[in-house]
Design a protein around this ligand. Structure first.
Ligand code: IMP
Length: 462
């Protein structure tokens, strides 16, 4: 490759999109797939980690050297000194949560000098949190089961073009103007529709000025930073939040979040074009979980579900809610491969399945009239009626938390992973057998020292 090509130009003088080691890490199910751990592992080989969507509804757990960190907004690359960490334009930022997170990271000796927050990112305000809870209450039995972090109302204001952005927060006078304007509407809405009190201007102003003081040095136009990194051939990891089936357009609407967790969200949320991304890793648990309401065909509200919940510590990082648990759903994973253009899976929590006589994977759905479908339905009401068609496989009794290579895995576990590859047509490139960095091994020629670059090679069939 000539230097002109490396710099993104053909010798003809036209811009050329070269192979960029940019990888999107996306939740392949309903969130909580342990993306934080996968991003942390990739971050060892990355120059930049970019969180592209969602807000403090996310909870990414990273464990190493006896520490456990639960991140809601800060990208999971923060523990690697060489990594620039970006909270990009598509994220809705609750400054209270972000400032708390920064302070607790600093208290643990983590340097946040390499953290930047997009000036375009929208700000979650106290009335968003209030409205989230009140709207949920009003929905009654049709509750979504939101995290009550103000995510839906903040994205609604953004789409209605009346949101407050980090750029506004950065400038005190401008913030005062937009806050006054917002409160005129929100206090009437809260009072007249919900019979609730809105926090006063003075109250919010004082609180948010304190946050602004901490955040001001971090707020910048991050779009050019990300663009320059990908264009310059740096290794960039785009960190998704939530999961594919919680996507506003492609998920199980209306039981979804208000952002775009899918891989395409990485482009919209960070301001780069799709030609800059070539590898997309779908993180999938070895089984399925869901928090909140909505259809879940393979759910096991029985001893099997309880076994998975207790062994997998399936309680929400953000809300502490017990997660609904069930068998792995290959219809979901195939849909996820389709929507995200997955080039690999990272399979997490495989260790949780140890000890079972048999394990099951859903390969298709049966509709009430007996028709078998392999495509994920677009309508949640149809999904509610779908019965899983399972493949039953022998389980394995051995604990596998100490396994560090494919060959050491019991035969049952290897067959299980290979069945997932067969049912989805996507290689399982990483297997995780516990929460620690070290409880991980790579397959399909992925180098554990340079996973970002080798994931890119795998995406290109190399
Ligand atoms: P919201 O994002 O708080 O509005 O919640 C909407 C739906 O998405 C609810 O079912 C939540 O339980 C779910 N949800 C939001 N964030 C996460 C997450 O990080 N993991 C799993 N579920 C989530």
């Amino acid at each position: 490759m000539t230097s002109a090509q490396r710099n993104g130009k053909e010798e003809s003088g036209f811009r050329r999109v070269s192979l960029m080691p940019a990888v999107v890490v996306v939740g392949a199910q309903w969130g909580d797939e342990a993306k934080g751990k996968v991003v942390d592992c990739l971050a060892q080989d990355a120059d930049m980690v970019v969180r592209y969507g969602g807000g403090s509804n996310a909870g990414h757990t990273v464990r190493f050297d006896g520490h456990e960190f639960k991140l809601h907004l800060v990208p999971s690359g923060i523990f690697r000194p060489q990594v620039t960490n970006i909270i990009a334009s598509g994220v809705v930022v609750d400054p209270q949560v972000l400032v708390e997170e920064i302070r607790s990271l600093q208290a643990e000796g983590v340097d946040i000098g390499n953290l930047r927050v997009s000036a375009r990112a929208h700000v979650v305000m106290p009335y968003h949190r209030l409205l989230d809870a009140l709207e949920e209450k009003q929905r009654g039995s049709a509750q979504i089961g939101t995290t009550c972090r103000g995510i839906g109302p903040a994205y609604a204001d953004k789409a209605a073009r009346k949101g407050i952005r980090m750029e506004d927060l950065r400038q005190p006078e401008r913030f005062a103007t937009v806050l006054r304007r917002a409160l005129e509407e929100k206090s009437r809405l809260l009072h007249n529709v919900y019979d609730a009190e809105c926090p006063t201007f003075e109250h919010i102003w004082r609180e948010y000025e304190e946050y602004a003081e901490v955040l001001r040095p971090l707020i910048t136009d991050t779009d050019p930073l990300v663009y320059t990194a990908v264009k310059g051939g740096q290794r960039v990891v785009f960190e998704g939040a939530q999961g594919t089936l919680l996507d506003l357009d492609h998920g199980t609407y209306p039981y979804v979040t208000s952002s775009h967790p899918v891989a395409g969200g990485a482009c919209v949320g960070t301001g780069i074009g799709p030609t800059h991304i070539d590898a997309v890793v779908g993180v999938a648990k070895a089984y399925t979980t869901r928090v909140g309401s909505g259809a879940f065909p393979t759910e096991q509200p029985n001893d099997i579900g309880n076994y998975l919940r207790e062994r997998g510590r399936e309680y929400g990082t953000t809300t502490g809610r017990p997660r609904r648990c069930g068998w792995l759903d290959a219809v979901v994973l195939r849909y996820s491969a389709q929507v995200n253009g997955l080039t690999a899976f990272a399979m997490t929590l495989l260790d949780v399945l140890s000890g079972m006589d048999t394990v099951q994977i859903c390969r298709a759905y049966r509709l009430p009239d007996g028709e078998i479908i392999e495509q994920f339905p677009s309508d949640s009401a149809v999904l509610e009626q779908c019965e899983p068609v399972y493949e039953q496989l022998p389980g394995w009794k051995e604990e596998i938390a100490e396994v560090r290579s494919w060959d050491e895995l019991p035969e049952g576990a290897r067959n299980y992973v290979q069945k997932v590859e067969e049912l989805t047509g996507v290689p399982v490139a990483m297997v995780s057998v516990g929460p620690l960095r070290t409880q991980t091994f790579w397959r399909h020629g992925i180098s554990s020292d340079a996973p970002v670059q080798s994931l890119q090679r795998l995406a290109h069939g190399g």
